[in-house]
Design a protein around this ligand. Structure first.
Ligand code: DGL
Length: 263
């Protein structure tokens, strides 16, 4: 499983809840964070680097726990993984399905990185749900970096987040997709600004369900009773990844290894 940083831990958490017996390797490409303000072409090559690295570790399934990487490079990851018989599970489509199913007014908001919004992946996924929806997308260049650096939630930060949410309130959406895996880490703040009546959709649970289904269908699931093993890799400072990751996952990360993807 991989992300540009700690955001994908929100997806890993759901997988650990649903699939405690599996072994997980999580890679945060922290040296090249943020992904969400980079051109799609550049992200495609990052996805190729990270997917290639994890496939070399004999991953039996690959999860792209990053919306920006999914929007720019899901096909690239599949091109590398599928000839090896390794399925690829991504974000974006699951949230679109859930949002289309639960919105009452048909007015759906999306908060995502600029790269994800520019790529149009949510708009396409929502259009494909067979229901007329009014979609309002907001690119949030600063939100993932605020979360990744574990910023204090002072008035400046809150005002920035309020600014991102404002167009969604103006559009009177009743459902908001958190279209970046970092955003569930500040779900309480977002829910407070959006209000009780707005439903917030996140990828983690649906991704865990897909992983579970695909592993079972292919007979790849691990039947062990106890807990599996988990390992964390990152591409820059391991200590800060361990510190922030431990706090978000609320469990000891153990040794975090810094790796060089091109090494
Ligand atoms: N977690 C990544 C995503 O889901 C974004 C963070 C970044 O900009 O790198 O899009």
């Amino acid at each position: 499983m991989f992300d540009s940083g700690v955001g994908g831990l929100t997806v890993l958490h759901e997988c650990l809840v649903s699939l405690p017996g599996e072994d997980f390797v999580y890679l945060g490409d922290t040296a090249r964070f943020p992904y969400g303000t980079r051109p799609a072409e550049e992200l495609r090559s990052f996805v190729a680097d990270v997917a290639g690295y994890l496939l070399d570790l004999d991953a039996k399934l690959l999860v792209i726990a990053c919306n920006s990487a999914t929007s720019a490079g899901a096909d690239e990851a599949r091109r590398l993984a599928e000839p090896l018989g390794v399925p690829v599970v991504t974000v974006i489509e699951p949230e679109a399905e859930i949002a289309a199913a639960i919105t009452e007014s048909g007015k759906v908001g999306v908060l995502a990185t600029p790269t994800t919004v520019a790529g149009g992946a949510y708009r396409r996924a929502l259009e494909g749900q067979g229901r007329a929806l009014e979609v309002t997308e907001v690119g949030c260049p600063d939100l993932a970096p605020i979360i990744q650096r574990d910023a204090t939630f002072d008035h400046g930060v809150i005002d920035t987040v309020r600014g991102y949410v404002k167009p969604l309130k103006q559009a009177q959406v009743d459902t908001v997709i958190l279209g970046c895996t970092h955003y569930p880490l500040v779900a309480p703040l977002l829910q407070r600004i959006l209000g009780r009546d707005v439903r917030v959709v996140m990828a983690g649970h649906a991704v865990a369900a897909s992983v579970q289904r695909i592993l079972a269908e292919r007979g790849l699931d691990n039947p062990r009773e106890g807990e599996g093993d988990y390992r964390f890799l990152c591409t820059s400072d391991a200590d800060s990844f361990r510190e922030i990751g431990t706090r978000f996952l609320q469990m000891p990360l153990g040794e975090v290894r810094r790796v060089d993807l091109r090494g």
